[in-house]
Design a protein around this ligand. Structure first.
Ligand code: ADE
Length: 407
């Protein structure tokens, strides 16, 4: 059986379910006790950890749904994957990050070594997962992906680690949500490429030290601040991804439109980029919605008016603000007189999780200058007031304080 995600042949590849998950030798996905001197004691391996096929056809051959109008579900996900760059040379934006990863990859290849562990952080949709896949592709190794919350117990992690092949990339998304007990297994795994597994309890306790193949851990997080320092310190490469510039987003939209074979004029491209909140994932999502709209309601060409019409229907405004963004700003301005106000109070009014607001809403509102984070809480800026056409009570107070008799 050819090993997925690499050209090399594996001597004893783990069994796999139809979904590509590795199974234990009995095919059950359950832990097996007393397996003797196997390389690994095979704990459950059903927590993500799917090995991915990096040799799937590249976009032009894999074109799905071309000219078929609205795409749904699986097809849409597949199409989104096909828009991702596979190589560093195709990757647009994040100039310094790409350059330093390129150097680390080239150096590791020259040494015949694995790339040092990489921590990527920044708001969602900026390309952390894409870069993890690119590292694996450039190194010509496999990639196994999972996420912090999927790894509930030490055994979940051990099952993945003991099946990694030499040089593999092990990608953990949302690494800040890794349970502490699981995180502790990672320390020796990433530092010494070995793990100690303890069987039984009390006087029967025995420990088994298992050597691992040298691998590259790529961790991704939207909250670098929530990662413990012992874990953070173990990443040799730590890079922040930033929002994309308009020019970079235009390049992303042009590239994706070409891959989807949808005609878009220059103004249409700019209009999509302008509303994408500095985020390629949003640019690609908007592009697909506008493509659908252009195909159904117009002649199939993406222009500025077509984009404007389509995005009005989607509830995305001229700056790319969504209904939730605007409700956030209105809450601060109307309920809390422009702030400062704590995040929990805003979340309570909006009936949203604070995590959603911190990860999905606030980063762009901060970057675009609609809100400020102060020690006392969030404040709406003058720009937010004028954007929503709402009077700025605190600015009026400031002005009044300059009038005679007001001091
Ligand atoms: N598609 C999504 N993100 C991209 C990027 N950074 N470069 C090229 N294409 C992309």
């Amino acid at each position: 059986m050819a090993r997925e995600g690499t050209k090399k042949q594996a001597p004893n590849p783990p069994l796999r379910s139809a979904q590509g998950q590795a199974l234990n030798q009995n095919g059950s996905g359950q832990a097996q006790a007393g397996q003797g001197e196997a390389k690994s004691p095979l704990p459950p391996f059903n927590k993500g950890g799917a090995r991915e096929d990096l040799n799937r056809p590249s976009p032009p051959q894999a074109e799905k749904g071309k000219g078929q109008g609205l795409l749904k579900g699986k097809e849409e996900v597949e199409e989104a994957l096909n828009l991702r760059p596979r190589r560093l040379a195709e990757y647009i934006g994040q100039g310094q990050v790409v350059e330093s990863l390129g150097i680390a990859i080239e150096a590791a290849k020259k040494r015949g070594d694995a790339v040092d562990h990489v921590l990527l952080y920044g708001p969602p949709g900026l390309g952390k997962t894409t870069l993890a896949h690119i590292i694996a592709k450039e190194m010509d190794v496999g990639i196994v992906t999972t996420s912090g919350p999927a790894l509930e117990k030490g055994g979940d992690l051990i099952g993945i680690l003991t099946h990694l092949k030499k040089g593999d990339v092990f990608f953990i998304d949302e690494i800040h949500r890794l349970p502490r007990t699981v995180e502790e297994y990672l320390y020796s795994a990433v530092e010494d490429f070995a793990i100690s597994i303890v069987f039984d309890k009390g006087s029967h306790a025995r420990s088994y030290r298992s050597r691992l193949e040298k691998f590259t851990l790529v961790g991704a997080t939207t909250r670098a601040g929530l990662i413990s320092s012992p874990l953070r310190e173990r990443f040799g490469i730590q890079r922040a991804l930033d929002f994309y510039t308009m020019e970079e987003l235009c390049q992303v939209v042009r590239r994706s439109a070409a891959l989807l074979q949808v005609p878009a004029d220059a103004e249409g491209v700019v209009e999509i980029a302008r509303r994408s909140r500095g985020t390629p994932r949003i640019a690609n999502r908007i592009l697909r919605r506008v493509r659908d709209y252009a195909q159904v309601r117009h002649a199939g060409v993406i222009t500025r008016p077509v984009t404007q019409e389509a995005l009005e229907l989607e509830g995305i405004d001229g700056e790319g603000l969504t209904t939730l963004d605007k409700k956030f700003l209105e809450t601060v301005i109307i309920h809390y007189k422009g702030g400062p106000v704590g995040l929990e109070a805003i979340a309570a009014v909006l009936q949203e999780e604070t995590d959603t607001l911190v990860d999905m809403v606030e980063p762009f509102l901060l970057k675009a200058g609609f809100i400020l984070r102060t020690p006392k809480g969030r404040k709406a800026t003058d720009k937010a007031h004028s954007y929503l056409g709402l009077p700025n009570a605190s600015a009026e107070e400031r002005q009044l304080s300059f009038l005679p008799g007001q001091r």
